[in-house]
Each structure stands twice: as structure tokens, then as C-alpha cells.
Design a protein around this ligand. Sequence first.
Ligand SMILES: [Zn+2]
Length: 307
Amino acid sequence: MSEAHTRQELLRFARLCYERNLLVAMDGNLSVLLPDGNILCTKAGCHKGMLSDADLVVIDRKGTKVRGEGDPTSEMAMHLACYSARPDVRAVVHAHPPISVAFTVAGVSMARCVLPEVVLTLGTIPTLDYRTTGTGDLASLVGQHIRSHDAVLMDRHGAVCVGGDLLEAFCRLETMEHTALITKTARDMGQVQELPAQEAVHLRSMGLKRYGGPPSAVAKADDPGADLPDACLGCSGCINPTPTGLGPSTTGSRAGLRMARVTASPLMTLGDALAAAGRHIVAPDPQPSNPLEEAIVSEVLQALKDA
Ligand SMILES: [Zn+2]
């Protein structure tokens, strides 16, 4: 992809972040690797909803400006930490998604297995301990956790999401905030019901093999518990795990015992899954009371046979 096209993409995703209410005012920053190995990023103090090409600067891998007007933001240190932590990362999006950040302010973890598709594609979202914004300390904490996660939340601050391109990093940010909205709505209505631990592990293992993720997490796809934190596997479904969501130590007997019983199943093809589903479908009643029901059941069985 040419630099001209990459610049257009960066402007597009930055504006989308503003339009989707994932940041306001001068918040947040985005960056993407250029073919020459330098990094194209949004400059300090620019409004993402009104971004223009003049708001983009190019820096090298040490953070020194190569070209462009204005200065790179101090938060670029977090981006640089992500690029050095993972060679597969080619884009970083940092924003302040309001509901996700509210979870950190309230001390409620988002490292929970609630929505199957999120477990499949993103796993759990840890909240990193508070550090002062723009510091090297925060950057190194982010880099450390991005090794094993594609999206992290920083306490009282915002999100850092990474991807192989800007679209992937942006999707992870959107998924995080959407999950926060659904979880918050469920909490408002009553209790948040977690997925059963065994199902969460099965989904996560399948997701890491199908959709990938941090290389260190993909390497754990077949491990008992995959890359899920112990807090998820030991969670009874009603008690909030630690606010950081990183879970208690693996040496804890409770988590160890629970994890020992959980084994991930190998990835199924769609055909295998349909065949397995067919085996569990009960044959229609010989004298069904409803002819329409009979027609539907026999059509489903025929479709499964043909699959
Ligand atoms: Zn920030």
C-alpha cells in the first residue's frame, strides 16, 4: 500500500473514532507502519473529527520526527512499545471509549467471558494498573501486556488496540466498547451471566486457531484454559474477578483444580460441526400433531445429510 493511500486510511479511521464516540476533543492517537519501516501517526493536539493530512507526522522507530508539521504526541511511546513488543503489529489505535473507561473507574473488570464472539475473536480485555499518561512507565506496561493481548484498557484513561492493519485495530476498539455497552446494559437489568468456563475455553481455543491473535496466545491454544486468565475459569458467574482482570496467581489451588478438568476440543470444520449436530437431532415423531413441524424437521434433517 502506498504512503498516500495509508495517509487516507489513517484519516478515515481517526474520523470514525470521533464519529463513533470513541474519543472527543484532542483525545487519542492512531499510528500505522509505513513500507519503509517508519511510523505515520496523528500529531499532538489535533481534533480527530476534523483531521486533515497536515495533522499527520512521520516518526522513526525511536520516536524521532522524520517529516511533517507539528510534533508527535508523548503517547506515541505506547505505540512504539506495541510495535517493539510484537512484529505482527502494524497499526495501533488509542482512544478513550467512555463506557469501557467507566468500567475501570468503577473497578469492574472487562476480562470476563460474556459474549461468545468476543471470546472467539478477542479473548479477554485486561485493565492495566494506573500510570501517569504520556510516561515511559505507562508505555512499558502497555508493551508488556500487548505481548499477550490485542486490546488492553488503562485504568482511568483509555484503550490501546493493535492489529495487522488499521481496520483490524479499529474493529478491536469498536468490539471492546460494544461489549462494554452490552455488559453495562445487562448489569443495569440484573446479573451478568458468564459463559460456562468449559465453553469459554472451547471458544477461545477455536478462535485462536481460526482468527489468530498474539503469537504468545496462539501458542497456548491447546493448553488447558487456552490463554484465558484464571479469574475467568474460576469465576462462578456472579463475583467480579480482580479489577485488573489478570486473575489470581496460577499457583492458587482453586484455579488449578478447575483448570485441570477443562480440555479444549480440536477445531471443527463446518461440515464436521453440522454432522455432529445431526447426530443429536431427534427423529420426528412418527405421528406428529403438526404437519408443518414435520415438514420443517424433515427438511432440516435432509439439509444436514446433504451438508
Ligand atoms: Zn490517552
